[in-house]
Design a protein around this ligand. Structure first.
Ligand SMILES: Cc1cc2nc3c(=O)[nH]c(=O)nc-3n(C[C@H](O)[C@H](O)[C@H](O)COP(=O)(O)O)c2cc1C
Length: 208
């Protein structure tokens, strides 16, 4: 099975990481999950979930049983995903804090999320970064530009409104669908609504 790395950091919108893992949990991939300390705090505040980095309960986090996710502690710098020897299809950081984004952009690899991202880039593999912050400073923008120049995909958590989402779930599915679309994985809640097939000019035709 191909490996996909998922990093969840302490930006608002940890629900994107949660939905992404739910979507991947029934696909034939081996998922490697890393969670930052700040992400655990945001999970508590936004999802009302009390989780612990030393014994991270993935089934509790995604509210379903899965056997395809391997959890790695953020301090475990010797984990398999810390080396380019382990072949991976892609790494996704969702949501991505400005702290993590700017660290990676500046070559810092002082925890496992940053190190795995740095390895993904140096091996010429796909890195998808889902930043969440507003407004943005020139420092954040320069970080994004540096990562983009290093071939990372900057995919901000910015749901489109051209298909008239009616629930928060619709908006989360839009972002998660976009992420998976970029690595060629179908996500039915996204494709069923016609995202990706129609541009916003055609969207009027899709709404009945
Ligand atoms: C509830 C909450 C929401 C936050 N939202 C954001 C955010 O949207 N974007 C961001 O860059 N940082 C946000 N932060 C700050 C980061 O968590 C903080 O910078 C932290 O050091 C990031 O660490 P990490 O990159 O290791 O996850 C938030 C913090 C908390 C507690």
């Amino acid at each position: 099975m191909e490996n996909i790395i998922v990093g969840i950091t302490g930006a608002s919108g940890v629900v994107y990481g949660q939905r992404l893992l739910q979507a991947l949990s029934n696909k034939p991939y081996s998922i490697h999950l890393i969670v930052s300390e700040a992400a655990v705090k945001v999970m508590e505040s936004e999802l009302n979930l009390s989780l612990n980095l030393n014994d991270f309960d993935i089934n509790k986090f995604i509210d379903r049983k899965t056997h395809c996710v391997t959890y790695h502690h953020i301090s475990d710098i010797a984990a398999s995903i810390s080396s380019g020897k382990l072949k991976t299809k892609a790494m996704i950081i969702a949501p991505c804090s400005m702290n993590t984004l700017c660290s990676i952009a500046n070559g810092i690899a002082s925890n496992l999320i940053q190190r795995a991202a740095s390895v993904t880039l140096k091996e010429g593999r796909k890195l998808i970064v889902v930043p969440r912050e507003t407004p943005l400073t020139p420092i954040h923008l320069e970080g994004m530009l540096k990562l983009s120049k290093a071939q990372a995909c900057i995919l901000p958590a910015m749901p489109g409104y051209y298909l008239h989402p009616t629930t928060i779930d619709d908006q989360i599915d839009f972002v998660v669908g976009k992420i998976l679309d970029h690595i060629g994985i179908e996500y039915l809640p996204y494709t069923k609504k016609g995202y990706g097939e129609w541009d916003y000019l055609s969207s009027e035709l899709m709404i009945k």
